[in-house]
Design a protein around this ligand. Structure first.
Ligand code: NAP
Length: 273
């Protein structure tokens, strides 16, 4: 049953009758994560934002709920116009898929008008990573989910690349193939995703990438230079052609990798804790 009762009507009227459209209420799943924490300020003053988390939090915007069990979801979705689905469990791809199914069922029930699904550039072309396969399957689930939707794919965030490199560069010698990446500033990606969420459903939004394509050995070298890691990077030939995870045909957004390194490489990495 769609939610058309007083709660929704009261909510829609909250913007006043002077011709200004009322603010949308947007629920951000994964709002406590790396992208989610950048989405909240990007939406501030432009939407009534709620954050879904499995954990209790005293902040008034937080709603406790679990996308695997469905607990708390109906309450969190009450009066919500748009959901940005950024919750994820990369180490458990099947759970990731299940969470999307549970969210879609609850969103249909609650009368949500737009689900924005955050996916990964090139995920449908990578068969080797179970997580990327799950993202592709989740995109299809969203498209068939009965709620108007937009899928927006982003490249790897600078923070994520840095986290992987911080682990790899512990080795004294690091053989790496020349996999090209186009890492993106999470704040710039969040600004674009916020814009998508404030607009109408569009099925598929343009991919979000950073301003430069950089091969993995070069990323590792620059990371080592910026952080003092003593690893020696050894570029090695790839066993086969790389699957494209980049979109050099698009204008990238946000800070370059080099700019990000100068400003943030020394800070604690959000994926480390
Ligand atoms: N990382 C990248 O480089 C990258 C690149 C492109 C696209 N993406 C996509 O962007 C999205 C966000 O990625 P991220 O790196 O920001 O993620 P993240 O920091 O790992 O955060 C994931 C969030 O998911 C929430 N979550 C996990 N299981 C949940 C459950 N059962 N119920 C409710 N919430 C749950 C967690 O919230 P609580 O712990 O508070 O419950 C957590 O805040 C993902 O869809 C990812 O595929 C990421």
């Amino acid at each position: 049953m769609l939610c058309t009762g007083p709660t929704r009507r009261q909510h829609r009227g909250a913007g006043g009758s002077g011709g200004t459209p009322p603010m949308k209420t947007i629920l951000v799943t994964g709002g406590s994560g790396v992208l989610g924490r950048a989405l909240t300020p990007a939406l501030e003053g432009r939407a009534d934002v709620r954050v879904l988390s499995r954990h209790a939090d005293p902040q008034p915007t937080f709603r406790q709920g679990d996308l695997q069990t469905g607990a708390g979801l109906a309450e969190a979705l009450r009066g919500v116009d748009t959901v940005i689905h950024a919750a994820s469990q990369p180490s458990r791809p099947q759970a990731d898929l299940e969470m999307t199914g549970v969210l879609l069922a609850a969103a249909r029930e609650a009368g949500v008008r737009h689900v924005v699904y955050v996916s990964i550039v090139g995920c449908d072309r990578v068969r080797a990573f179970p997580y990327y396969r799950a993202k592709t399957q989740a995109e299809a689930l969203v498209a068939a989910g009965g709620v108007p939707f937009t899928v927006v794919r982003a490249a790897q965030f600078h923070e994520f690349v840095a986290f992987v490199l911080s682990r790899l560069t512990r080795a004294p010698l690091l053989p790496l193939p020349g996999l090209p990446l186009q890492p993106v500033d999470v704040h710039a990606a969040a600004a674009q995703i916020a814009q998508v969420a404030l607009g109408d459903p569009q099925g598929r939004a343009p991919d979000l990438v950073g301003p430069q394509v950089i091969a993995l050995p070069e990323l590792a070298r620059s990371w080592a230079d910026a952080t003092g890691a003593r690893t020696r990077v050894l570029p090695v030939p790839a066993a086969r052609r790389f699957t494209p995870l980049t979109r050099p045909d698009l204008s990238g957004v946000g800070r370059t990798w080099a700019q990000w390194l100068v400003q943030e490489a020394a800070r604690p990495n959000p994926y480390a804790g």
